[in-house]
Design a protein around this ligand. Structure first.
Ligand SMILES: [Zn+2]
Length: 278
């Protein structure tokens, strides 16, 4: 009898535990079919970029979040105006292993981009972070350590988001002497709690209209044509400058050439969204 009661109690406790701690983890990460719902998903060696994968794996949910948010939040953007032939290139998670490759390429092509930097990476590579700024690119905040906010319970989330945003903001201010006004939350997190926090601190939240460079199963040629297909008025393209091997971005020179050939202006996100005029 005693044993039975213990078994029943253990069962109830495990159910309660599961509901409390596993219930809120809804986002499946990419990474060659692996599912990784842990909060710390950033791999500093750039080999296993989990990246901004929620758009692909939880597309419907995220898109509906975006649609809902659009109605009530004026500080949220995933693309620019549809009536101007202008697009933006954005690079996330750096400064990292392929930042040098990207900077050289952008200089050669005379193009300015927007880099969403992680506080942890700026701490590790302050010189590289300074170089991004010195070479005339725009810098945004990508939070401190790339936590997956989707995996936090609603009650603890706001505090974590605010802390991650502030910590990174302080590092960018200390190392680069700037106070970025753009933030891209990891995994494109754009729920009202994050938008409210961004608004409170004067940030515009920037997502993207297309990105897939972290998907290692997609071949370079295919990647090129899919990015190119996504080039349209107001597009905000997402890449990462943390690839271990810049081969992962070897389609980029050709892509930039073709974008120019099609007479699109490549501008920073602030220029694309005319934020200076607002
Ligand atoms: Zn990221």
């Amino acid at each position: 009898m005693k044993t039975k009661i213990i078994i029943i109690l253990a069962f109830i406790m495990s159910v309660v535990f599961y509901q409390n701690f596993a219930g809120d983890k809804t986002i499946k990460q990419d990474g060659d079919g692996q599912s990784n719902n842990q909060s710390a998903i950033f791999e500093p060696d750039g080999e296993d970029i989990t990246g901004e994968t929620s758009v692909e794996n939880d597309g419907a949910q995220l898109l509906s979040d975006i649609e809902n948010n659009k109605k009530s939040y004026s500080n949220f953007y995933s693309k620019g105006p549809g009536n101007i032939k202008k697009i933006s290139l954005t690079f996330d998670d750096g400064p990292g292993r392929s930042t040098d490759f990207v900077l050289k390429l952008l200089k050669e092509k005379n193009v300015k981009a927007t880099f969403f930097l992680l506080g942890t990476q700026v701490e590790k590579n302050p010189k590289l972070a300074k170089r991004i700024l010195e070479e005339g690119h725009e810098i945004g905040n990508h939070t401190y350590s790339h936590l997956n906010f989707y995996s936090y319970s609603e009650s603890s989330r706001a505090e974590v988001i605010e802390r991650e945003l502030m910590k990174s903001g302080k590092i960018l201010s200390r190392v680069l002497g700037i106070n970025p006004r753009l933030v891209r939350y990891p995994n494109g997190y754009s729920k009202p709690d994050a938008l409210e926090i961004a608004e409170r601190y004067g940030y515009k939240v920037i997502n993207w209209s297309f990105g897939e460079d972290w998907k290692r199963k997609i071949k370079n040629g295919q990647m090129y044509s899919q990015y190119l297909r996504a080039v349209s008025n107001g597009a905000i393209l997402l890449f990462h400058d943390t690839h271990k091997n810049s081969k992962s971005l070897s389609f980029l020179p050709k892509l930039i050439d073709e974008i120019k050939k099609r007479k699109y202006e490549i501008a920073t996100v602030s220029e694309l969204l005319s934020l200076d005029d607002k």
